[in-house]
Design a protein around this ligand. Structure first.
Ligand code: FAD
Ligand code: NAP
Length: 336
């Protein structure tokens, strides 16, 4: 169990921010994690738990970082309708998706190619193209950093919401997710309600739907549209799409007829990217911090931006959206 000192995190966060960990170590099991936590300095300072670093903005140098490398992919149970797949928190999320597709297990195909690790998926209830992880979530096992020991959380314990969970708020920094178990369908229910998927399937010449084809369509859309962190630093959508009530929506729609919004329970979800674009930010750059030129919801690091540079830019963007639309943007990315 190697503890590295003054360790560069540049390759461990997809923004490519040059931050350094005072102490850095990896764990591959609950026992290894427990052992590390009994040793200085991890026994004192609450560590930053790192997965793939694809949803984090480092604005300072963390004292202690622990990286999740808990492996394993396994069908643990099957009945006549479902298969239960357990994934170690350190497995790549997309490896889990591929594992399910290869076995004809449906439910995660729309979530293809989301970067990061399986252990982080419940953190913000990852979602894309009309599906969220909560739709297939069964349970997770987590190490309690406060009380010690491993605890099981079932779906109803996780407080899942739109890019939300108890792990992101109430229990922030308290639990280390060691494994997740998903409940996949043996008979698929296809979700192609996002127009882009239907169009892509058509362009691919698909006439009979399959989970493999939906996954391929999602991958094609994502790779054509989203910036690849290997080429340009980013952490996906920087802000959440804000939800507003119907009354506020009617007022805004009157003032801004082009407003992009989707009905949700209790009101409307506004496309934050559209509002940011209307404020003139799309493609703009401040030094090495910028707003992506194809998706204004994504902030990028052109090379040497610091976490503080990106954060400052995000504050200016949120202030201008508030000023123009009267809507407060909330960051989706975890600021550390
Ligand atoms: P990290 O960035 O390492 O960590 C995120 C947070 O979770 C941190 O606070 C960290 O401390 C905590 N954490 C990580 N692992 C654990 C653990 N095992 N136990 C406890 N806490 C932990 N997200 C979506 O929802 N939908 C998308 O479609 C999507 N597309 C993206 C596209 C791109 C190009 C990029 C760069 C990001 C995208 N994201 C998307 C965001 C991101 O990929 C997901 O949120 C992903 O789940 C983050 O996983 P990670 O392992 O990289 O987490
Ligand atoms: P898009 O298709 O250009 O759509 C823009 C926004 O409008 C999306 O954020 C989406 O909200 C919403 N939207 C579009 N069609 C919708 C529909 N039929 N019903 C309800 N809402 C709809 O978005 P994109 O940037 O290319 O992303 C495509 C998908 O991947 C989205 O689901 C997005 O959330 C996900 N994604 C997430 C991240 C991240 O970091 N969180 C990064 C990249 C992509 P929702 O976001 O609520 O779906």
């Amino acid at each position: 169990m190697k503890i590295l000192r003054d360790f560069s995190l540049k390759d461990y966060n997809t923004f490519g921010i040059q931050a350094r960990a005072g102490h850095f170590a990896c764990f591959g099991s609950a026992a290894a994690l427990e052992k590390l936590l009994s040793r200085e300095p991890f026994s004192g300072e609450p560590p930053l738990i790192l997965g793939g670093g694809s949803n984090i903005l480092l604005t300072r140098d963390p004292a202690c970082v622990l990286k999740n490398e808990v492996k394993g992919l396994q069908v643990v149970l099957q009945d006549d309708r479902h298969a239960y797949v357990r994934a170690g928190g350190g497995e790549r999320w997309h490896s889990l998706v591929e594992y399910c597709i290869a076995r004809g297990l449906a439910g995660v195909e729309n979530l293809s190619l989301i970067p990061g690790l399986a252990g982080a998926a419940p953190m913000q209830n990852i979602g894309a193209y009309g599906v969220e992880v909560r739709d297939v979530f069964h349970s997770l096992e987590a190490f309690d950093l406060r009380e010690g020991g491993v605890v099981t959380f079932f779906a109803e314990d996780c407080g899942f919401g739109y890019r939300e969970s108890v792990f992101k708020r109430k229990y922030r920094g308290r639990f280390v997710i060691l494994s997740i178990t998903l409940r996949l369908n043996l008979t698929p229910t296809y979700n192609i309600s996002y127009g882009a998927i239907e169009k892509e399937l058509e362009a691919m010449g698909v006439t009979t739907l399959s989970i493999r084809d939906i996954s391929r369509a999602v991958i094609r859309i994502r790779t054509s549209k989203l910036p690849d962190p290997a080429r340009i630093g980013n952490a996906g959508s920087f802000f959440k799409n804000p939800e507003i009530d119907a009354e506020k929506y009617q007022l805004l729609k009157k003032e801004f007829p082009g407003l992009v919004a989707y009905p949700v329970a209790g009101g409307y979800k506004l496309a934050a990217g559209w509002m940011i674009e209307q404020c003139g930010w799309k493609g703009r750059r401040q030094g090495d911090a910028g707003v992506h030129d194809r998706q204004a919801l994504v902030l990028v690091n052109y090379g040497q931006a610091t976490g503080a540079d990106i954060y400052r830019l995000s504050e200016e963007i949120a202030a201008s959206v508030l000023d123009r639309f009267g809507v407060a943007l909330e960051r989706e990315v975890n600021i550390y």
